[in-house]
Design a protein around this ligand. Sequence first.
Ligand SMILES: Nc1ncnc2c1ncn2[C@@H]1O[C@H](COP(=O)(O)OP(=O)(O)OP(=O)(O)O)[C@@H](O)[C@H]1O
Length: 209
Amino acid sequence: MIKTSGLTFQYDERDMVFNFPDISLGPSENLLILGKSGVGKTTFLHLLAGLLTPLEGKVEIEGISIHSLSNRKMDRFRGQNIGLVFQKNHAIQSLNVFENLQARLFFANKAISNTIISDLLEQLDIIDCQSKKVRELSEGQLQRLGIAMSVIHRPQLILADEPTSSLDDDNCEAVIQLLIDQATANNANLIVITHDGRIQPLFQNSLTL
Ligand SMILES: Nc1ncnc2c1ncn2[C@@H]1O[C@H](COP(=O)(O)OP(=O)(O)OP(=O)(O)O)[C@@H](O)[C@H]1O
């Protein structure tokens, strides 16, 4: 569950102040955040992930006010409870697909289960790539690995930044459906930011910044 109240943010004293709307999602609810380029979507997502500190207001995830945590506790909280899907893949190039997921579980301080990894790779249809190095993957396979890495540790909150901007309609819907399925399977919240209106019908809630 995630709830925000009165969130504002400013990059620098001379910059404009962003005022973000309050959001509140119950168990397993998802949200699409739309908005034109430059309106502050990524900034909002980074506040929700605890990567930026608000000027005012708070973000509560599973009842914890995340910006009141120390940096060390915040890093640990994020590693264990949040799954981030970025436009650019953050997998470790020198490891293969399977090893990347083992590493993700290690860094989240979760037990390393090869069965859970295999099951997820099966679900995402990249089991045949498990021994491939990251640089040997196609764009679509890389995107699936990105999703696998964001959900393998069963986070309570999945945050995705423009996951579909470079995809055709079929792949766009497939990627969003994968994220929704993973969130539902783990009883997690999913928040996606985009300027891609194609995916709006797949979401329970949406708001425009
Ligand atoms: N580190 C930064 N320092 C100063 N200004 C920044 C910084 N990052 C972003 N901004 C500015 O804040 C505004 C919002 O940026 P943000 O990336 O949140 O927008 P966005 O809605 O995600 O845009 P896009 O859809 O193009 O990715 C932009 O005007 C941007 O130039």
